[in-house]
Design a protein around this ligand. Structure first.
Ligand code: ZN
Length: 106
């Protein structure tokens, strides 16, 4: 289970930290996409499900993920049916990828 405080991947201006290892960047980009997906009110109209970022047998997992916001704790939960990876994203509110204009979450 990946527990990711997305703020740990961002710099002071809210962008993904540069000059970090490529796997850090890949994971950060995926987490950002997960936040995008989970908070997008139009998500039912198209299918932009982001890819899993897990590395299985030296290859990136090609599973697609449909992250959701938990009504219980407001964290974003995701799991990959292809490789079994799962995780939770915290502190995503008000990041650049937060598309929810829902004040209840802020
Ligand atoms: Zn996977």
């Amino acid at each position: 289970m990946y527990v990711s405080n997305i703020l740990h991947f961002l710099d002071e201006s809210g962008n993904i930290q540069k000059d970090t290892p490529s796997d850090f960047q890949e994971m950060a980009k995926s987490l950002a996409e997960f936040v995008n997906y989970a908070t997008d009110p139009d998500v039912g109209f198209y299918d932009p499900r982001p890819y899993c970022f897990a590395i299985i047998n030296n290859k990136r997992c090609d599973g697609k993920i449909a992250p959701v916001i938990s009504l219980a704790d407001e964290n974003i939960y995701w799991d990959c049916l292809t490789c079994g990876s799962a995780g939770v994203i915290t502190h995503w509110q008000n990041t650049f990828w937060d598309l929810s204009n829902n004040d209840d979450f802020h």
